[in-house]
Design a protein around this ligand. Structure first.
Ligand SMILES: Cc1cc2nc3c(=O)[nH]c(=O)nc-3n(C[C@H](O)[C@H](O)[C@H](O)COP(=O)(O)O)c2cc1C
Ligand code: SF4
Length: 430
C-alpha cells in the first residue's frame, strides 16, 4: 500500500482490521463510549444538536442535507412518541461504505445512535438494514446486547433519566427502500412507495409520529464530534467549506478497489492516482461516477476537482455517497449508462409515470444506440426523455437515474453520434 494512504487521518476506520469485528472491550480501549458519557453527564440535548450544526456535518446518505439543520426542525422538546431511524439499506451501485463500517466497528454506530437519540429525545430508535447484510445485522444485535449489559442502553441511561431502546430491523431490501419515506412505509409493514412531502418525517413520520432518518455514516460521526469538537471536525476537510472525513468506495478500472477513509475535499486525481493506484493496466482515465450511480460523470478534464459537495456541484455533478467508479478508455459510455439505467428501471416502484414508463424508454433507446441500430432522431428522443423525466418524478429515484444520462449527454455526445454514424459501437473491435 502506498505510504501516503496510511497518512490520511482515520476517524471512522481507526479501529478497522480487515476481517475482524471490534467488540465492546476493544471499542472502549480506543475511547469508545467516552462521547456518550460526556453527552449524558456534561451536555444537554440542545447543545448536542448545536454541535452537529456547528461542525457542518452533512448527511452521508446521498443528499448531503446538513444534519444539524435537519435536527433543528425536529420537535425534540414536544411530548409524545418520536423516533430516530438509521438508514442502512445501501443498494446504490458502487456504494459499499455502510456495510464496511458495520463489519468493522458496530459499536461506533450504536454510540452515535444513542447520543443522537438523546439529542432528539427519541426513546426508540430503529436501524433499518437490508437482509443481504446479515453479518452486519448480527454484529449490531451483539453490539446492542453488549451496550445494554454495560448500561449504555435501556432505562435511565447513566442516571440521566433518559431511556433508549434500539431495534435492528431486517428489511426485505429493494433500492427504493433507501428513500426515507418508502423506508418508513416498509418499516410499518406497508408497500414501500415513497410518501408525499410535506408533511416531512420530522412532522409526520413513522407511525404518524415525528421521525428523523439518518444514514449510518452520518450517525457514526456524532461521537467523534462530541469528543473532539466542531472546529476539529471541520479541520479534517481539505476544503474551507467542507467538514470531516468521508468513506470512499472505489470500484471499476483501478489498480486498487476498496473502501478508504479520506478527507472531504481530496482531489479526484489523488483518489485515482494515489489511493486507487492509477487506472488498471496503465490505461487512460476516461470518466468516473464520483458519488454513486446517480451522479453525473466527470471526465479527465475534471480530475483536479475537490471531492466535496459544492465543488462537485460547480462542475455539474454531485458528491452523493462518494462511491467512485472509474472507467478506462476501453469503456463505451453508452453501454455503461445503459447498464445503470437498466438497474434504475428495474428498481422503479412504479408509482409515477415519468419513472415507471420513462426509464424503460431510456433503456430501450440506449440499447438501440449501443447496438448500432439508431438514427439521430433517437438521440433527439433521448434528450426529450431526459427533459421529460428530470424534475418531474415523485421521488428522487428517477432524478438520480438521470444523473449518468446528463453526464453522457454533456460529455459524450460525439460518442453517441459515432454509434449512429458507424452503425455499431465504435469501441468494439469489428
Ligand atoms: C432511491 C433512493 C435510495 C436511497 N438509498 C439510501 C440508502 O441506501 N441509504 C441512505 O442513508 N440514504 C438513502 N437515500 C437517501 C435517503 O432518502 C435520506 O436522504 C437519507 O437516509 C437521510 O440521511 P442523511 O441525512 O444522514 O444522509 C436514498 C434516496 C433515494 C431517493
Ligand atoms: S420516481 Fe416515482 S416510480 Fe420512481 S421510485 Fe420514485 S415514486 Fe416510484
Amino acid at each position: 500500500m502506498s505510504p501516503r494512504i496510511s497518512e490520511y487521518p482515520q476517524v471512522l476506520f481507526k479501529n478497522r482490521v480487515p476481517g475482524e469485528t471490534v467488540l465492546i472491550d476493544g471499542y472502549r480501549t480506543t475511547g469508545g463510549y467516552t462521547a456518550l458519557e460526556k453527552a449524558f453527564k456534561e451536555l444537554d440535548p440542545a447543545t448536542i444538536r448545536d454541535q452537529a450544526k456547528r461542525a457542518n456535518l452533512r448527511g452521508r446518505g446521498g443528499a448531503g442535507f446538513p444534519t444539524g439543520i435537519k435536527w433543528s426542525f425536529f420537535p425534540a422538546d414536544q411530548p409524545g412518541k418520536k423516533y430516530l431511524v438509521c438508514n442502512c439499506d445501501e443498494m446504490e451501485p458502487g456504494t459499499y461504505k455502510d456495510r464496511e463500517l458495520l463489519r468493522a466497528d458496530p459499536h461506533q454506530l450504536i454510540e452515535g445512535v444513542i447520543i443522537s437519540a438523546f439529542a432528539l429525545q427519541t426513546p426508540v430508535a430503529y436501524i433499518f438494514i437490508r437482509y443481504a447484510f446479515e453479518d452486519c445485522a448480527a454484529n449490531l444485535d451483539r453490539a446492542v446486547a453488549e451496550a445494554t449489559a454495560a448500561g449504555y442502553l435501556g432505562k435511565n441511561i447513566l442516571g440521566s433519566g433518559f431511556d433508549c431502546e434500539i431495534h435492528v430491523h431486517r428489511s426485505a431490501g429493494r433500492y427504493i427502500l433507501g428513500e426515507e419515506t418508502a423506508l418508513l412505509n416498509g418499516l410499518e409493514g406497508k408497500r414501500p412507495n415513497p410518501r408525499s412531502k410535506p408533511p416531512f418525517p420530522a412532522v409526520r413520520g413513522l407511525f404518524g409520529q415525528p421521525t428523523t432518518v439518518n444514514n449510518v455514516e452520518t450517525l457514526a460521526n456524532v461521537p467523534h464530534i462530541i469528543n473532539h469538537g466542531a472546529e476539529w471536525y471541520k479541520g479534517l476537510a481539505r476544503t474551507l467549506e467542507g467538514a470531516g472525513t468521508k468513506l470512499f468506495g472505489l470500484s471499476g478500472h483501478l489498480e486498487r478497489t476498496a473502501c478508504f477513509e479520506l478527507p472531504v475535499g481530496i482531489p479526484l486525481r489523488e483518489v485515482v492516482e494515489e489511493v486507487g493506484g492509477g487506472v488498471r493496466g496503465g490505461r487512460t482515465f476516461k470518466a468516473c461516477l464520483p458519488g454513486g450511480a446517480s451522479t453525473p460523470y466527470l471526465t479527465a478534464a475534471q480530475l483536479d476537482t475537490p471531492l466535496d459537495f459544492e465543488p462537485l456541484e460547480a462542475v455539474g455533478s454531485r458528491f452523493g455517497t462518494a462511491g467512485v467508479t472509474v472507467f478506462d478508455d476501453t469503456t463505451c459510455m453508452v453501454a455503461a449508462t445503459l447498464n445503470l439505467i437498466r438497474f434504475f428501471a428495474r428498481e422503479s416502484c412504479g408509482w409515477c409515470t415519468p419513472c415507471r414508463d420513462g426509464l424503460p424508454v431510456v433503456a430501450w433507446l440506449l440499447n438501440k444506440i449501443e447496438s448500432g441500430k439508431a438514427t439521430f432522431d433517437d438521440i433527439d428522443m433521448l434528450k426529450d426523455q431526459f427533459r421529460n423525466i428530470s424534475g418531474r418524478s415523485f421521488c428522487a429515484l428517477a432524478e438520480g437515474a438521470m444523473g449518468p444520462v446528463a453526464g453522457l449527454l454533456n460529455h459524450f455526445e460525439q460518442e453517441l453520434a459515432d454509434h449512429v454514424i458507424k452503425g455499431r459501437c465504435p469501441l468494439k473491435k469489428k
